[in-house]
Ligand binder design. Structure first.
Ligand SMILES: Nc1ncnc2c1ncn2[C@@H]1O[C@H](COP(=O)(O)OP(=O)(O)OP(=O)(O)O)[C@@H](O)[C@H]1O
Length: 307
């Protein structure tokens, strides 16, 4: 394929003193892809976005947007962004904020069109200082799309929104991406990434630990933890028998407390209960995202990237 990528990051690194925030990221995103950057706090998502936009200088490695340095793509109005720290002037109305940014671009949308796309028409005359968290995010989205960009970066766009506001936000995003634009959004939420992205790039500790379709990435992180209290004696043979149950990835026992990590908790429980009638207080929980990221980071450290 010889299409120029919308985003090309190669060997990207960023250190802050002794801390490595981005640790050798290679990533190519095609025009039209909607990509979620998924990861826990401190994974390096915001720093990667800042580097991609040319707002921070990499310690090593390179960034190209549409085959050119970020500043060229930004100057050409091809890139929009909604960043975590991006403030709007509190005394302006929403419409004035959008108009101000539109004036800085060569081929902007009309203010009315940008407000409409961001579902901001009814709050157009409100002052920024009076907006709720969700309204403020919509206003920031209107500002990000007024240049009619081909590529949009969104850093945790729904952070301050309730469920309804999130739904409205993603509807306007769908309308934006239906026209073939490229979107990269950072999020902590697997469900949000699953529902709205074509591709999920998972980051942990500054690195990419998984990269694939939502179905592929969900399969990697969807393990369940089964915890139970066991009365039977702890022997190597009893632990090995637990580890051999269907779906079990690992079996661990500390005193009476048994912990199984399973890829198929239903199958594991169906086999466990008939053969172990002396266990009780069974509890099944989803892996937390942090546990999944940790497991992936450790797997990558020992086996190479899971992608
Ligand atoms: N300007 C800075 N100076 C020093 N350290 C920084 C700076 N910016 C980020 N960091 C550190 O780099 C690491 C990565 O931060 P980053 O904000 O990129 O992560 P993130 O994945 O976006 O996290 P979050 O989801 O909390 O926004 C963190 O440990 C953070 O404290």
């Amino acid at each position: 394929m010889n299409e120029t990528p919308a985003i090309h990051l190669s060997g990207l690194r960023k250190t802050f003193g002794a801390l490595t925030a981005v640790d050798g990221v290679d990533l190519s995103i095609r025009p039209g892809e909607v990509v979620a950057l998924l990861g826990p706090n401190g994974a390096g998502k915001s720093t990667t976005i800042d580097l991609a936009l040319g707002l921070a200088r990499p310690t090593a490695g390179g960034v190209e947007l549409f085959g050119a340095p970020p500043r060229d793509a930004v100057a050409a109005g091809r890139v929009g962004a909604m960043l975590q720290g991006g403030a709007l002037l509190p005394t302006l109305t929403v419409a004035e904020s959008v108009a101000l940014v539109a004036a800085a671009h060569r081929h902007p949308l009309s203010v009315a069109e940008a407000l409409d796309r961001a579902r901001c028409t009814e709050i157009a005359r409100q002052r920024v200082s009076k907006l709720s968290g969700g309204q403020l995010q919509r206003a920031r989205f209107a500002v990000a799309v007024v240049s009619d960009p081909d590529l949009l970066f969104l850093d945790e766009p729904t952070a301050a929104m309730d469920v309804e506001a999130r739904r409205t936000f993603w509807q306007s995003m769908r309308a934006f991406t239906a026209a073939g634009r490229t979107v990269v959004f950072a999020t902590h939420y697997l469900d949000e990434a699953d529902e709205y992205a074509d591709r999920i790039v998972m980051m942990a500790r500054g690195r990419i630990v998984a990269d694939g379709t939502p179905a592929e990435v969900k399969a990697v992180v969807s393990g369940r933890r089964i915890r139970a209290t066991a009365a039977f004696p702890e022997t190597p043979a009893s632990t090995a028998a637990l580890a051999a149950l269907p779906g079990v990835r690992s079996a661990d026992r500390h005193g009476d407390v048994l912990t199984l990590i399973s890829d198929d908790s239903d199958a594991t429980l169906r086999a466990l209960i008939p053969t172990h009638d002396d266990i009780h207080d069974i509890e099944v929980t989803a892996h937390t995202m942090d546990e999944a990221f940790l497991a992936l980071t450790e797997a990558r450290d020992t086996e190479g990237a899971l992608s």
